[in-house]
Design a protein around this ligand. Structure first.
Ligand SMILES: Nc1nc2c(ncn2[C@@H]2O[C@H](COP(=O)(O)OP(=O)(O)OP(=O)(O)O)[C@@H](O)[C@H]2O)c(=O)[nH]1
Length: 318
């Protein structure tokens, strides 16, 4: 029996991983995908953002990072897929924005049961054209994500000048000279073939895991933290928009990512909120039914003041 190809999608917070996941699912209707979504926050909001896949084929691993404390859970999901003979022919894994993909790849090269069933197809790293130059200076993990990938996609080129994109391309080639490099907007890879390329060279994995990290399953501390605010009181749209705008401008160095499912006064549908640094996007989601209309907002960044955030956000509710 042929092995199931595995594509790992990595890249720093907000670089466009979920957007790419959706593009791949849309462009490959001939495939039966299983998707494993890992989200750093306690609440998995990304699964709301993944489209065109049914719930049985979407596995969510939340409240941690599969490269460290959720490693065992990833393992269990993979084992379960094997045991139950789940009907699929391609596995897509989206890591958190702060994951070191080396430990995840280790599952696919070190466990005999998993190796017998799965084969690493490719590791794709999304790189944010607007923010990566800065993030590369501050976030060692972004360097690792780039170094271990076989395919690099500079995304969000609509938000950066040609000069910035060209300098970033040179930087990426310095870090990883052997990876293929693409440039996109909205992670739209058009006709480029990213699946079934079997581009991953196992030699590179071993080199990375053993010579750089020294061991296959090293734990590390993330200086990046997350805070999840929940409330069943509806938000006042005007107050929330004004606060969020000011808050992100003021904290642009420390707040990397905000994601939320919002209950807004007078609105029948969920509002899906996203921000990356100071760029904010709100889209209309599924209608609320009779379920509990609970808003959830996850903040990811450094030195989060939870008490102040909680107090501020409660003041924005009606
Ligand atoms: N302007 C612009 N926005 C983009 C582009 N690609 C993605 N976005 C937006 O950027 C935000 C983050 O995109 P995602 O695809 O969720 O990024 P991600 O890497 O999955 O984010 P995390 O899971 O939080 O790490 C969303 O609001 C997207 O709509 C792009 O090329 N240009």
């Amino acid at each position: 029996m042929s092995k199931i190809p595995v594509t790992v999608i990595t890249g720093f917070l907000g670089a466009g991983k979920t957007s790419l996941l959706n593009q791949l699912i849309k462009n490959h209707s001939e495939k039966k995908f299983v998707v494993i979504e890992n989200e750093f926050g306690e609440e998995n909001i990304d699964s709301e953002l993944v489209t065109n896949i049914n719930d049985q084929n979407l596995f969510e691993l939340s409240n941690g990072c599969i490269c460290c404390n959720l490693y065992t859970e990833l393992f269990l999901v993979l084992e379960n897929l094997i045991k139950t003979n789940h009907n699929f022919n391609h596995l897509l894994i989206e890591t958190t924005g702060i994951a070191d993909p080396g430990n995840i790849l280790a599952s696919f090269i070190s466990d005999p049961g998993i190796k017998a069933k799965f084969e690493l197809d490719s590791v794709i790293c999304l790189v944010d054209a607007a923010n990566a130059t800065q993030d590369l200076k501050n976030e060692e993990v972004l360097n690792k994500q780039i170094a271990i990938a076989d395919t690099l996609i500079i995304n969000k080129i609509d938000l950066a000048t040609n000069e910035t994109v060209n300098k970033l391309s040179s930087k990426l080639k310095e870090i990883n000279p052997t990876a293929s490099l693409h440039k996109t907007s909205q992670s739209d890879i058009k006709d480029k073939q990213l699946l079934d390329v079997y581009a991953y060279n196992p030699q590179n994995i071993y080199q990375f895991l053993f010579s750089v990290e020294g061991q296959t399953n090293s734990k590390h501390e993330h200086s990046i933290e997350n805070f999840c605010f929940k409330s069943d009181r509806p938000f006042n749209q005007m107050k929330l928009a004004a606060w969020l705008d000011a808050f992100l401008q003021f904290n642009s160095d420390t707040i990397y990512r905000v994601k939320g499912i919002l209950n807004i006064s007078g609105v029948d549908n969920r509002i899906l909120l996203q921000s990356v640094h100071t760029q904010i996007q709100a889209t209309v989601g599924r209608p609320w039914t009779n379920d509990n209309k609970e808003s959830k907002i996850v903040f990811i960044g450094k030195t989060l003041n939870r008490e102040v955030l909680e107090k501020n956000l409660l003041e924005l509710c009606d």
